[in-house]
Structure formats: C-alpha cells, structure tokens
Design a protein around this ligand. Sequence first.
Ligand SMILES: [Zn+2]
Length: 65
Amino acid sequence: MRLSHEERSLPDPVCGMDLSRKASVEELEYKGRVYYFCADVCCRAFKEQPEKYVQQHRQHGIRSE
Ligand SMILES: [Zn+2]
C-alpha cells in the first residue's frame, strides 16, 4: 500500500541500473511488488534467486536523507 514514492526511476534489482518504467524491458511481480529489469537476463537471474536481490533492497538507509 505504499506506492506513492516509488513512481520515479527504479533500480534494476539485479544489476543496479536505474530504470524508468519506460526503459524497462521486463517486469515481474514478486510478493506484491513489481520489479523492473533492463534485460531478459536480469529478469531471469531474479527469478532464480529472488530473495538474494530483494534483501539488498531491504536494508535500512532507504529513508529520506
Ligand atoms: Zn539489469
């Protein structure tokens, strides 16, 4: 339920590239969130080990600075 601040560019969780929604080639929903990928290979890597990439995102420090 917290989509408001996530409209801007989103990093590809696999390679870290900044993506706008238009730039994304692949998208995948995982646990209620949608992730965008720069390429099919990144999307596949995420599907294989989603936990690995999602956890990186969960660290503290994402708050506003
Ligand atoms: Zn990528």
